[in-house]
Design a protein around this ligand. Sequence first.
Ligand code: 13P
Length: 253
Amino acid sequence: MRKHIVAGNWKMNNTFDEADELISNILDALEEKNLDRNTSMIICPPFPFLEMATDYAKDSYFEVGAQDVSTEEKGAYTGEVSAAMLKSMEVSYCIVGHSERRQYHHECNLMVAKKVDRLLENGIRPIVCCGERLEEREANKQFDVVKQQIEEGLFHLTAEQFKELVIAYEPVWAIGTGKTATPEQAQEIHAFIRNLIAEKYGKAVADEISILYGGSCKPSNAKEIFSNPDVDGGLIGGACLKAEDFMAIAFSF
Ligand code: 13P
């Protein structure tokens, strides 16, 4: 059975004390009620709080992801954080190609490919985001856009490497807007992505990959979205900043 995953992308939110409180609250909730063993919980705080998060994670069930990584291995790249640094802090996952990185930092599919390579070289599992913008959805181009993002960003990998990935479909028009893809829209594109993977790497690989939905996912809609056969969980933004909401989503399978 494919793994269910609920990952919380904190984005650029929380101070040190707020981060400490949020993680403590998640920990308390996990102690009170165990997550289903087939569900993984990942929290992705900003870089300065990764060490705190990995420390907490040692005694708990959740795993820790970063929100970005450099395309380069090491050296004179001021402000950048390498995959080797993340690995040395026991980070297990890293988000790559988030639409906010694509939009505000001009991250292209080629950069996504390089970041994925750096992460895999260091044994960190990439959570690779794809998804169309509103004008692309309105022009019915969502399939072409997602196909290109996946082919250019990921199809240089071997099947063994590909199995390490988590894919997150995040329609840009649903991120932080309160608009959610309908369960049918999510299922349609998740099935399309799985089929693309099956055509390139075979059905066995495609069947193993967890494909997450992201975009205004919250306790009130998670169950319906997650009930689709090709939706294996969520990449959660706003709703992961409250432990109660994040936990409610994690219990929505
Ligand atoms: P929201 O849940 O705030 O819409 O954000 C989704 C997202 O971008 C997660 O990476």
